[in-house]
Design a protein around this ligand. Structure first.
Ligand SMILES: NC(=O)c1ccc[n+]([C@@H]2O[C@H](COP(=O)([O-])OP(=O)(O)OC[C@H]3O[C@@H](n4cnc5c(N)ncnc54)[C@H](O)[C@@H]3O)[C@@H](O)[C@H]2O)c1
Ligand SMILES: O=C(O)C[C@H](O)C(=O)O
Length: 306
């Protein structure tokens, strides 16, 4: 299993590290446009192999896509991150050009690749990758919901004063401060609805904190987060590589599902060796449907800018 990660910055390197530590891929190729940067990150990570006990071979390349040839999965993290006070949508001007050229180069050298798009604004960049490559829709996956759901579980556990392993919850919708739809109605603590333990008001606080999870971290760090994003990507890569058939909320091209078409937005999907093997349609309440509709309108407004 060969995995390419484009962008050896904060998220790309974290993603490569988690993939290597989980020890399921034979090879990870890091690519960056900055001379020597991916090679340096790869060497540093390889020097953790004997310490962390993995056999994955990590190599680096400066903008040389011949090194990525024959990749099974490629992750696109290249592009600029936001700074405090910015929205993800404001990154579109620079990141659209980067994602376009990187997607083209990846598919040219690996025609059977499954693409995972991370660069922001992620739902629009996933849609752009479709327009540019024309790959079948099961082979282009946007990562956002897996991260947002991890943040939702963190906030739920905090409110419930419970261990995170005891809670479950999912976030669908667009990966944006306004567009996320945390499904508080379906959140549980060990199979018991979270609403049995928390007031409507407290659940709404959890929902609001989840939606601005990325902005909160950007305010604290001065740039956007990388550990949880890297871990979330590695989970998707592992589900595909190991044909796990796990459900994750991912951004995918919709064609009537959830009453939406011609956009990429986060919905639950089954991930396996063929990428997105199924879009899972769950029954939403009227309020959740309205939130999804509003989220889709936001994503479409950003799509109109590419
Ligand atoms: N979808 C998500 O959940 C999620 C989570 C975190 C970050 N992000 C996004 O991921 C992107 C990367 O964030 P980061 O913190 O790693 O930024 P970063 O600046 O640390 O790293 C980005 C890297 O991309 C490289 N790069 C730029 N243009 C390139 C090109 N044409 N080809 C190859 N490499 C190129 C840069 O040299 C840099 O090393 C940002 O757009 C950020 O908003 C998305
Ligand atoms: O917040 C950001 O801009 C980066 C990423 O989308 C995140 O949610 O951490």
């Amino acid at each position: 299993m060969k995995v390419t990660v484009v962008g050896a910055g904060a998220v790309g390197a974290s993603c490569a590290e988690y993939i290597a530590i989980k020890n399921f891929a034979s090879e990870v190729v890091l690519v960056d446009i900055k001379e020597g940067f991916a090679e340096g990150k790869a060497m540093d990570l390889m020097q953790t192999a004997s310490l962390n006990g993995f056999d994955t071979k990590i190599t680096g390349a400066t903008n040389d896509y011949s090194k990525t040839a024959g990749s099974d999965i490629a992750v696109i993290t290249s592009g600029i991150p936001r700074k405090p006070g910015m929205t993800r949508e404001e990154l579109i001007g620079i990141n659209a050009g980067i994602v376009k050229s990187v997607s083209e180069s990846l598919v040219k050298h690996s025609p059977d690749v499954i693409l995972i798009v991370v660069s922001n604004p992620m739902d629009t960049m996933t849609y752009l990758a479709h327009k540019v490559t024309g790959l079948p829709k099961n082979r282009i996956i946007g990562m956002g919901g897996a991260l947002d759901s991890a943040r939702f579980k963190y906030r739920l556990a905090e409110a419930l004063e419970a261990p995170i392993s005891d809670v479950d919850g999912m976030v669908i919708g667009g990966h944006s401060d306004k567009g996320m739809v945390p499904l508080t109605r379906l959140a549980t603590r060990n199979s018991v609805p979270a609403s049995e333990f928390l007031s409507e008001e407290r659940l709404d606080e959890v929902l609001q904190a989840t939606k601005v999870g990325g902005a909160t971290l950007t305010g604290l760090l001065g740039t956007s987060a990388w550990y949880a994003p890297g871990a979330a990507v590695s989970g998707l890569v592992q589900a595909i590589a190991c044909d796990q058939k796990k459900i994750f909320p991912c951004s995918t091209l919709l064609d009537g599902e959830y009453g939406l078409s011609d956009l990429c937005i986060g919905v639950p999907v089954v991930l396996g060796r063929n990428g997105i093997e199924k879009i899972v349609e769950i029954n939403l309440s009227d309020a959740e449907k309205a939130a999804m509709q509003a989220s889709a309108e936001g994503v479409k407004a950003t799509n109109a800018l590419i």
